[in-house]
Design a protein around this ligand. Structure first.
Ligand code: C2E
Ligand code: MG
Ligand code: MG
Ligand code: MG
Length: 289
């Protein structure tokens, strides 16, 4: 079990003379709660393309922080800090609320997307989250199938019993669940068997060089076969070029997410991209056009 520190504790522990990066961490931690309210944080959406029907009905929501003094702060940097300081639940609550608002707005325009939010280990260590999500969905009259959640294997290992219990509850509510960054954690295969998830997302590390790395191609193909054997869907993350797409298709991948199709986009740009993809998807699959 992890004992998260509050930002006040971290600030209290600050020793004068520590380096610049420590100063940056303190600034980020200090400014994070306010930035959530002041419009410096926003959400971008990256489509997931289904290879079988060449359709795009789902996307991943990713947080962005444009800090007024520091500029763009990458999520890999501040999410880790938020996790260690106990601020992560504020980030997660904010993301889920933003995404649910956006999903409701899209439904009013007739756009039915399923959007995945990333969770941290800490979000699943208490049993609050499923109830909070159920209340928000009901309030916006959204079906549970509009929301999906992505968890990493690392998240699960913090407290497997509690995490699995929460995932089970979320699954019973009808929310789609995915294991994120698959292949980079520990005990991958053991957890694949135990976790009540629908989907496995193969990490970009195995996808980015797949067109010329035979080992990566083999890993992706074998993982896909294994996941399919367990009744799971497989998404490949981080596809950047057409040559890689052919390899993913050959490996039997179900869905693909990556710059090749689209970078993470603001909500309004995503709807534009979806229209373009629907009308002209031979652009992304040129070999059959
Ligand atoms: P992730 O959940 O694995 O998200 C996928 C990351 O890969 C995103 O980075 C996305 O922009 C990037 N990506 C997608 N396709 C490509 C590609 O073709 N090439 C390259 N080079 N990158 C690609 P991003 O947005 O920087 O997020 C990094 C990580 O930060 C995420 O990895 C996730 O672990 C975390 N994160 C982002 N937003 C949230 C959030 O709202 N909550 C939590 N808890 N974590 C988040
Ligand atoms: Mg993710
Ligand atoms: Mg990932
Ligand atoms: Mg990641």
């Amino acid at each position: 079990m992890v004992h998260a520190k509050t930002s006040h504790q971290l600030i209290a522990e600050y020793q004068p003379g520590q380096d610049e990066s420590h100063q940056r961490e303190l600034t980020l931690l200090h400014d994070l709660p306010l930035s959530l309210q002041s419009g410096h944080m926003f959400v971008v959406y990256q489509p997931k393309v289904s290879l079988l029907g060449r359709t795009a009905h789902s996307a991943e929501a990713l947080i962005r922080w444009q800090h007024p003094q520091l500029g763009f702060v990458p999520p890999d940097e501040f999410i880790r800090l938020a996790e260690h300081s106990g601020l992560i639940s504020r980030v997660t609550d904010w993301m889920i609320a933003q995404v649910i608002d956006q999903l409701a707005a899209w439904r009013q325009q007739g756009i039915e997307l399923t959007v995945a939010v990333n969770l941290s280990a800490y979000d699943l260590l208490s049993s609050d989250l499923p109830g909070q999500i159920a209340a928000l969905l009901a309030q916006h009259q959204l079906p549970a199938s509009a929301l999906a959640l992505e968890v990493t294997e690392g998240a699960v290992m913090q407290d497997p019993e509690q995490v699995i219990q929460n995932l089970q509850t979320l699954r019973e509510m009808g929310i789609e669940l995915a294991i994120d960054d698959f292949g980079t954690g520990q005990s991958s295969l053991a957890y694949l068997k135990r976790l009540p998830v629908h989907e496995v997302k193969i990490d970009r590390a195995f996808v980015k060089d797949i067109e010329h790395n035979h080992n990566d191609a083999l890993i992706v193909q074998t993982t896909t076969e294994l996941a399919h054997g367990l009744g799971l869907l497989v998404t490949a993350e981080g596809l950047e070029n057409l040559a890689g797409l052919a390899k993913l298709q050959a490996a039997g991948i179900d869905k693909v997410q990556g710059y090749y199709f689209a970078k993470p986009l603001k909500a309004a740009d995503l709807t534009g991209w979806l229209t373009e993809f629907q009308q002209n998807n031979a652009r992304w699959f040129p070999e059959v056009s």
